[in-house]
Design a protein around this ligand. Structure first.
Ligand code: ATP
Ligand code: MG
Length: 177
């Protein structure tokens, strides 16, 4: 077993169909910022405004945020601009992880970006393998591939037992985005 030392960062993976993956990553980021850690949050696939990202801007001295999605959801096949935005994001985040300038790096919706084949699994594994030992990585999104589950040290699957959207409740500002 790996010894626990304060210099060891682990890999978290929050996946599954239930609500709570992104908010868990944001919660961890707030906790890390409160402890004086430097946090970078990159969000794939999504480019729309999210209330939690606005809230985090108030913590800007500790948390940096970038979105690598476009201003609309991907329906069916991703377009070349969707792919370009995601690939640029992954390249930027790989450099950011390698730099060691952040203690905690969140790759929000990276599993969804993989699901849509916006970039290759090999490119994501390369990013993970480039992680400085002390960096904590948080990966989120539905449909985590087996290879990411294998690499992660912590995997939580949010299970959708019940969701009010089946009663026709639409996504609400401040609760879902
Ligand atoms: P959260 O951001 O709340 O932590 P998540 O990251 O686990 O959620 P995502 O798959 O990113 O989940 O979905 C974003 C939000 O949209 C979630 O709050 C989810 O409950 C909600 N949602 C998912 N599917 C639907 C739907 N069909 N109708 C309405 N809302 C939905
Ligand atoms: Mg999410």
């Amino acid at each position: 077993m790996q010894p626990h030392t304060p210099t060891q960062g682990y890999i978290h993976l929050y996946t599954g169909n239930g609500k709570g993956k992104t908010t868990a990553a944001i919660g961890l980021s707030v906790r890390a910022a409160g402890a004086g850690k430097r946090v970078f949050i990159g969000q794939f696939v999504k480019g729309m405004p999210y209330a939690e990202l606005d809230a985090l801007k108030a913590l800007a001295s500790h948390i940096t945020i970038r979105q690598y999605g476009r201003d609309c959801f991907i329906n069916n096949a991703p377009t070349p601009p969707d792919i370009e935005a995601a690939q640029k994001g992954l390249a930027e985040m790989t450099a950011i992880v390698c730099s060691g300038a952040y203690d905690v790096v969140v790759l929000d919706e990276i599993c969804i970006a993989l699901y849509y084949r916006l970039f290759s699994l090999e490119a994501v594994l390369h990013l993970i393998d480039s992680k400085p030992a002390a960096t904590e990585l948080v990966l989120t999104g539905r449909y985590a591939p087996r290879e990411l589950v294998d690499r992660a040290h912590l995997v939580t699957e949010m299970q959708d037992i019940k969701h009010y959207y089946r009663q026709g409740v639409e996504a609400r500002k401040g609760i879902e985005f």
